[in-house]
Design a protein around this ligand. Structure first.
Ligand code: CTP
Length: 422
């Protein structure tokens, strides 16, 4: 089989993923789709973190990647045929599906999702999926119309209701030239979600409960109009995913976003600041609260019950009133105050100075300050440059990193905070 690629852990800086994935057996089912090439990188990334990856290639999958490449990268035999006597003698589909810690279908085509939802067992992949007693994660990748089709959505809902984790898809350009949801998630995000699925029981934060707020809020003007902001929710969702991956029981309370629900979190979807606060209060007690949401500071004092009409009298005068400050409310001293309350400070000038003032005035333990001047591209973008202000006025300047990396670093810091505290 030619030469194999050997992996070292030197280039992997995510210690948590390594811990969770080390020595784990993953059965990776590669079904048909142009995104199958990304699964080759997925094999490498999982192996870099110490997992062993055994692959099943469907007939469709083998149109996009060759068994030889898959076996070279996984350093294992690739399984393709349910009726192959040698395979059945060496490892039958039942053993194949059970000798793993997790079954991952990536890419998951509309076809394999439909078969899974309906319990079909027409080839090795679907038979293994039906026979497994292990957790299953699917990573859908398909054309936007196929993803949005009511049939696919119903199939996904069925699979989720049976406990199948769904990773992505994300929005973007498609190989077919269209744009929208249906792109397979980025490999690093898939690895993080897989680690989350595997890592829940024994992570460094297991047994602790965390609340995260994320996204913008929508404040109604009338039944069809609202005040909002440009927050994408990416940072808050990444933090919730990283907390779940570390084993925390995580409740993600989010305003409207276009993001998929992170794996392993309890999702509470809200619209307004007041709904967000109520959901947070209902989720107490918790040991950790992280307010990442870009909560609208103001709302319309009395939103109209009916759609406001142009009636010749000129534009309406909207009277604004202040929204509750969720972070301040959660951080208020009292027996329900989480042990660790963390906020963000979106600033465009005097970043650290303003963050220190915010930390003190809101009674938070830590503030993660970021410069959101338009030139930084932080709002809606994928990267963030953080300065962490600790209540004791320790300031850490973090290098610019992706929002997932910020999440991982923050969660690692929370882990050490609690272990020092213990
Ligand atoms: N926050 C909140 N509820 C609000 C406003 C803000 O929970 N009604 C939280 C945010 O989630 C963030 C922190 O408070 O963690 C800081 O928000 P930011 O908008 O940066 O600052 P403000 O407190 O609103 O102050 P200002 O707009 O004056 O900078």
């Amino acid at each position: 089989m030619g030469h194999y690629i050997k992996y070292s852990f030197q280039n992997v800086d995510n210690a948590e993923d390594i811990m969770v994935l080390q020595d784990k057996q993953i059965l990776l089912i590669i079904s048909g789709g142009i995104a199958a090439f990304k699964s080759l990188d997925l094999i490498r990334r999982l192996r870099e973190r110490g997992a062993s990856v055994r692959c099943v290639l469907t007939a469709g999958g083998s149109q996009f990647v060759t068994p030889l490449t898959v076996s070279a990268l996984s350093e294992q035999k690739v399984y393709q045929d349910i009726f192959s006597l040698t395979d059945e003698a060496e490892m039958g589909h039942i053993r194949l599906s059970r000798e793993s810690d997790l079954v991952v279908v990536a890419p998951a085509s509309a076809d394999i999702l439909a078969k899974m939802a309906n319990g079909l067992a027409t080839d090795l992949a679907t038979t293994a999926l039906l026979a497994t007693d292990k957790p299953v994660a699917v990573v859908p990748a398909m054309n936007v119309r196929m993803w949005e089709h009511a049939a696919t959505q119903a199939n996904i809902a069925t699979l989720k209701s049976r406990g199948v984790a769904c990773i992505g898809p994300v929005e973007g350009d498609m190989a077919c030239g269209e744009y929208g949801f249906g792109r397979m998630s980025d490999v690093e995000d898939i690895v993080a979600a897989i680690a989350a699925t595997l890592g829940q029981p024994n992570g460094p934060l297991s047994g602790r409960r965390a609340i995260v707020t994320s996204g913008p809020t929508h404040e109604a003007i009338d039944p069809v109009r609202y005040i909002a902001n440009r927050s994408s929710g990416k940072q808050g969702h990444a933090i919730a995913a990283a907390l779940a991956q570390s084993g925390a029981e995580t409740i993600l309370i989010s305003g409207p976003t276009a993001l998929p629900d992170p794996t392993g979190v309890t999702m509470v979807k809200v619209e307004s600041a007041r709904d967000m606060l109520a959901a947070c209060e209902q989720s107490l007690p918790a040991e950790i609260a992280i307010c990442v949401a870009a909560v609208s500071d103001w709302r319309v004092a009395s939103a109209a019950d009916q759609k406001m009409k142009k009636n010749g009298g000129g534009p309406p005068q909207l009277e604004l009133t202040e929204n509750p400050d969720i972070l301040r409310t959660l951080a208020k001293a009292g027996n329900k105050r989480p042990r660790l309350v963390i906020g963000f400070a979106a600033e465009t000038e005097n970043v650290v100075e303003n963050a220190r003032a915010k930390c003190k005035s809101k009674n938070t333990d830590w503030i993660l300050a970021n410069d959101v001047s338009p030139a930084t591209g932080t709002f809606g973008g994928d990267a963030n440059t953080i300065q962490l202000v600790d209540g004791n006025v320790i300031v850490e300047a973090w290098p610019t990193m992706t929002k997932s990396e910020v999440a991982e670093r923050l969660v690692a810091r929370i882990g050490s905070h609690f272990s020092e505290d213990a």
